[in-house]
Design a binder for this molecule. Structure first.
Ligand SMILES: [Zn+2]
Length: 418
């Protein structure tokens, strides 16, 4: 996951702190939060096709000392690991006869190119003569932060977890007897942690016109949970920008044991490799289980990953991309996003869970750690979010003005709590 947007979030935080409407008066008395979990999820449930034992070895290896944080020469080793896997399962190289797409740096004085990194890509040709020139992309960035001051940043969640999804979804497609109608593309991006350099290079230098991409998907950090809260939830962002995407997600449903929170991508800004595709109006979906205290530290290690959850998210990506690859009609870009009650539900649910965890910590319930206890300011922000979202949910509609305020609330909430 990409750090840059945090800077702008920090600005939002500063604005919120100095904003008179938030600060001037005493907080008004607020109703007590409801005591029941409010995450209503009526989606059909399916059994995950990918198992924890499938994804685990990839994460453990890519996050081991041997891969030294997957940057520079260690990044080259990680790229080779992905290509070996693509070859073994019998996929075609994506870049002519090459699985690698070099990303050049600035020219040297003698005119020769420097080397920044490389994307890796493979594909499975579609079975339908008419639709095989349309592409569904499954992707994850494989790079991380390398070594700093003698400490290895292993990036088990960020993003060995997403990379393991990529490899196992590719395997599942490669093993199919009947290939999907559209072509499937499997992409491992380099240099995501370097201002999305890898995905930006790919989007500017695709092997075919970029308009032939009907759906771009990427997963970044899918092995932990937002703020370490006990919520078993994957955030799915971007469905608001593609025609028929919400209906497709409704049809696919959710893997057993995993909640899905659908949100508009503007709630978080550009945080990962979907950015360059969104900018080119390609329908996309972004999957993440959110930030946690080990994010971008040497303690993001493989022993802390929830492999059941990684396998469930991978199974979800597999089913969604299968559905998209076989549909009669691919999604079209939607520029004007309509407010959706589902995302109010998601923000409400997070606020509610935070208050529950805070209460448990305050009163020492269920061995909850004191670390979960909110400060007075955080509690005020979270309670306000809980109440305003509950009011919207009770009414059942959300206005554009409420949505703007929801975006600010979500950003302040993300920033002040995590
Ligand atoms: Zn990151």
């Amino acid at each position: 996951m990409f750090r840059f947007a945090l800077v702008s979030l920090r600005c939002v935080f500063v604005l919120a702190v100095v904003c008179p409407s938030l600060r001037a008066q005493e907080p008004p008395p607020l109703p007590e939060p409801a005591t029941q979990a409010l995450f209503v999820d009526s989606l059909p449930v399916f059994e995950p096709a990918i198992a924890p034992g499938d994804v685990r070895p990839h994460v453990e290896l890519l996050a081991s000392d041997q891969f030294e944080g997957r940057r520079g020469q260690a990044g080259v080793r990680a790229a080779r690991y992905l290509v070996t896997h693509f070859r073994e399962i019998g996929l075609q190289p994506l870049f002519g006869d090459n699985f690698y797409q070099p990303i050049p740096g600035p020219d040297r004085e003698d005119g020769t190119k420097t080397f920044y990194g490389q994307n890796v890509g493979a594909w499975l040709p579609g079975s339908d003569e008419k639709l095989r020139d349309e592409f569904i992309i499954v992707s994850a960035h494989y790079d991380h932060l390398g070594e700093r001051n003698g400490a290895i940043f292993r990036g088990a969640d960020d993003n060995a977890s997403g990379t393991s999804m990529l490899l196992e979804v590719a395997t599942a497609f490669a093993e199919l007897e009947q290939r999907p109608r559209r072509s499937l593309v499997f992409l491992g991006f380099d240099l995501e942690e370097h201002m999305l350099w890898g995905s930006r290079w790919f989007a500017a230098h695709p092997p075919w016109p970029i308009e032939q991409v009907k759906l771009f998907t990427t997963a970044d950090m899918i092995g932990r949970s937002l703020g370490d809260l006990p919520i078993s939830t994957v955030f799915v962002l971007g469905s608001e920008h593609g025609t028929g995407m919400n209906e497709l997600l409704d049809r696919v449903g959710r893997p057993r044991g995993l909640n899905i929170a659908r949100m508009g991508v503007d709630l978080i800004g550009t945080r990962s490799d979907y950015g360059p595709f969104r900018d080119r109006k390609i329908p996309f979906l972004f999957f993440s289980t959110g930030e946690h205290p080990d994010y971008h530290t040497p303690t993001d290690t493989a022993d802390k990953i929830d492999y059941e959850q990684v396998a469930r998210v991978a199974s979800l990506v597999l089913n969604i991309t299968t559905e998209a690859a076989n549909a009669d009609q691919g999604p079209e870009w939607i520029a004007d996003v309509q407010p959706q009650v589902a995302e109010v539900q998601a923000v409400h649910s997070i606020a509610h869970k935070l208050l529950e965890a805070d209460e448990a910590a305050q009163f020492g319930i269920g061995g909850a750690s004191k670390a979960r206890e909110l400060t007075g300011f955080q509690r005020f922000i979270v309670k306000q979010a809980e109440v305003t979202t509950r009011q919207i949910l009770e009414r059942g509609t959300v206005t554009p003005a409420e949505r703007s305020s929801l975006i600010r609330t979500a950003q302040v909430l993300l920033l002040s709590v995590f």
